[in-house]
Design a protein. Structure first.
Length: 267
């Protein structure tokens, strides 16, 4: 990772409903608010990250599907979100067929990395990739293209279920196609302060994963849940909510951790 390259982070967990897209959207916005140039890549066929910025289907004429199928260049797919320093490559439902569309293409797992490394790409400090809730071609392509993985983990009874499979997949991708891929950490999401189970889950996760668990915990917060229906990230929808404050803290923690790793790499 050279000093001038964007830091690429994939947000992944094969379990759905863990706050993955919410984390991608709000962390990206929080980074942009402190002056970092950010690109979000919506790599989930549901397109929820795109919707979270108020980008309707009519505006998604060129999407990540077009980039991966190589019918359009990456620069054509980049859209401004209306938030300073923050752009997005959108997703549409046709992305759900990408496994079949590229089944005979030998470079299918490396196409996203190639596109994001294109000389025509604008300069970004961070590229955040929102993955689908499965370990399919899109997730493998995202991990192949990334420097780091950030795993949102919901504070619920089955929190650790399936995590070992994801960690094993990361190992396999390191061995096969991206030896520099690092686990940035696990971020606990949807923490309910009124529920003792959340405390117990947080303790169990920290006992099992130790320093892999980030310090910042994202609380369950109504304002964060309301924000997507207004097409606005939660950190802007209600900047004073506990959820918004938590995502700004998470942005500061991510900045520290990624900057430290980059400093080690260029020293």
């Amino acid at each position: 990772m050279q000093a001038t390259e964007a830091i690429r982070i994939s947000f992944t967990n094969q379990k759905g409903g863990v706050g993955k897209t919410t984390t991608t959207v709000n962390l990206g916005t929080a980074l942009a608010l402190v002056g970092k140039k950010v690109l979000i890549v919506d790599a989930d066929p549901q397109g929820n990250a795109s919707t979270g910025f108020g980008i309707g289907r009519a505006r998604r004429a060129v999407s990540i599907h077009d980039v991966l199928s190589q019918t359009s260049g990456v620069e054509e797919a980049i859209l401004p979100t209306g938030i300073e320093n923050l752009d997005i490559i959108t997703a549409t439902v046709d992305l759900s067929s990408i496994d079949v569309d590229l089944i005979h293409e030998k470079d299918r797992f490396s196409r996203l990395r190639t596109a994001l490394s294109s000389s025509s790409m604008p300069k970004y400090d961070y590229i955040l990739i929102d993955c689908p809730p499965s370990l399919n071609l899109l997730t493998i392509a995202a991990l192949t293209a990334s420097d780091f993985v950030l795993v949102p983990l919901q504070c619920e009874f089955f929190a650790l279920e399936g995590l070992s499979q994801l960690l094993e997949s990361i190992k396999q991708i390191r061995a096969a196609s991206n030896r520099d891929l690092k686990l940035l950490g696990v971020v606990l999401t949807m923490f309910d302060t009124r529920n003792r189970l959340s405390d117990q889950v947080a303790m169990d996760v920290r006992e099992n994963l130790g320093s892999l668990v980030l310090d910042t915990i994202i609380p369950r917060n109504v304002r964060l849940s309301e924000a997507p229906s207004h097409g606005v990230p939660g950190v802007l929808y209600d900047p004073r909510s506990v959820g918004s404050i938590a995502y700004r803290k998470l942005a500061a923690e991510v900045l520290r951790k990624t900057s430290a790793v980059r400093a080690e790499g260029v020293s």
